[in-house]
Design a protein around this ligand. Structure first.
Ligand SMILES: NC(=O)c1ccc[n+]([C@@H]2O[C@H](COP(=O)([O-])OP(=O)(O)OC[C@H]3O[C@@H](n4cnc5c(N)ncnc54)[C@H](OP(=O)(O)O)[C@@H]3O)[C@@H](O)[C@H]2O)c1
Length: 378
């Protein structure tokens, strides 16, 4: 097996931490000797053993001369776990503590450097111990795996993904608000896979009122994300599913500081729903930027899937808050329906928000389009 293939296996192993390690990164690791995998490891849950240590402790044969292949630079700091670099270097120590170049891990292959300012320096520490280090193997795939972690650890804000099921002519619902179901089964399964991957799913009051959604990943195996609802004046009835089902402890309602101290807020809190006061913007709405800041800083939410509806999606695009957009395009026309981004006021073509196509695939009868925003360099 080549080191490139071994990194592919490490990427697969890293996925085992999906939904369990956040806000920490998903990391996978394999140890190669003479082209054979002799150990595998992954970061399994928040605060748990790191992938490198997991692999080192499960090696089936001698580590002498072996290559450790890992998706993220081994950490050099004491966090919830001791530094992985120390564990790797320890494989080279003689009983008297001195380093023996012939013993233990000879080479480390790293997918991407750790952007966490507190954890950095692992690469240099390994080199100082005489270990040969290569960095950047399948780097783009490693970044994709940890794009939530990278944004959160470098900015304190969550990575925000917008998602909508739309008709060919860009509607998320008919004129009277019906949207169940625009997209087909495979699109819904992929949407649920996204729900299982993120820390939180966010919707506006209009969507809860109209659709009474569950917001969980029912079509795939995975944990229930936090369910974030924007309701400036706490006007939604407490009977809605997000406030009354068995997952209501996973619901966070963002509301104005005034509404957060009312008897309605108290009732929701008694049920286990979290009521989060958020400052208002100049239009008297919850400031969307503040919502994401509070989620990232106070609740350590590293990723949010914004599922709608029209007002919330339009607001996120207008404020430049989306890092990624998933559109599930169903082969139907809705004419004068509710446009996904119909509240965007675009004054001129040059002012239109623009996107890069990242991936396009078939999802049953639908198209699944993944886009990244074109950020202006100004
Ligand atoms: N096809 C799809 O993928 C999809 C997905 C979701 C929803 N939908 C459809 O979308 C429709 C609902 O869309 P909608 O536009 O009426 O409602 P929405 O976007 O879900 O919710 C809008 C409401 O959220 C509250 N809000 C608080 N702060 C906000 C802010 N900064 N920006 C925007 N909203 C804020 C406002 O109510 P307050 O002022 O009272 O707080 C606002 O009226 C339904 O027909 C639903 O079926 C379709």
């Amino acid at each position: 097996m080549t080191e490139y293939q071994a990194m592919g296996r490490a990427l697969e192993l890293a996925l085992r931490g999906t939904g369990k390690v956040s806000p920490n990164p998903r990391v996978g690791c394999v140890i190669l000797r003479d082209g054979e995998i002799i150990a595998e490891g992954w970061h399994d849950h928040f605060g748990g053993m790191h992938a490198e240590v997991h692999a080192l402790t499960s090696a089936r044969s001698s580590l002498d001369g072996a290559t450790l292949v890992v998706t993220l630079e081994p950490c050099a700091h004491h966090g919830k776990q001791p530094p992985c670099t120390d564990a790797i270097i320890a494989t080279k120590r003689r009983p008297d503590g001195t380093l023996d170049p012939e013993r233990g891990i000879r080479r480390v292959v790293i997918g991407m450097r750790d952007p966490n300012p507190a954890a950095g320096g692992g690469l240099e520490k390994l080199q100082q111990a005489g270990i040969e280090v290569t960095v950047g193997v399948r780097e783009q795939e490693c970044w994709w795996l940890n794009r939530f972690f990278v944004k959160h650890v470098t900015t304190g804000k969550p990575y925000v993904i917008g998602k909508a099921a739309i008709s060919l002519d860009g509607c998320i619902a008919t004129r009277d608000g019906a949207s169940v179901w625009i997209s087909g089964e495979e699109s819904r399964r992929r949407s649920h896979a996204l729900r299982a991957e993120v820390d939180a799913v966010l919707v506006g009051r209009g969507t809860v009122q109209r659709d009474d959604p569950h917001l969980g990943p029912r079509l795939v195996r995975g944990k229930m994300p936090r369910r974030i609802v924007l309701d400036t004046h706490l006007r939604l009835a407490p009977t809605h599913r997000v406030f009354s089902d068995s997952h209501r402890m996973r619901t966070v309602v963002c509301t104005s500081p005034q509404a957060a101290v009312t008897s309605t807020a108290e009732l929701l809190k008694r049920r286990g729903v979290m009521v989060l006061p958020v400052p208002l913007d100049e239009k008297g709405r919850l400031s969307l930027a503040a919502v994401f800041d509070v989620l990232g800083e106070e609740l350590l939410v590293s990723s949010v899937l914004v599922e709608g509806g029209q007002e919330v999606l339009s607001g996120c695009v207008a404020d430049g808050l989306l890092d990624e957009l998933h559109l599930f395009v169903a082969p139907m026309l809705l004419g004068a329906g509710i446009g996904a981004f119909g509240r965007l006021a675009v004054e001129s073509l040059s002012a239109a928000p623009r996107w890069h196509y990242h991936a396009i695939s078939r999802a049953g009868d639908d198209l699944h389009i993944v886009l990244f925003p074109q950020r202006s360099s100004a």
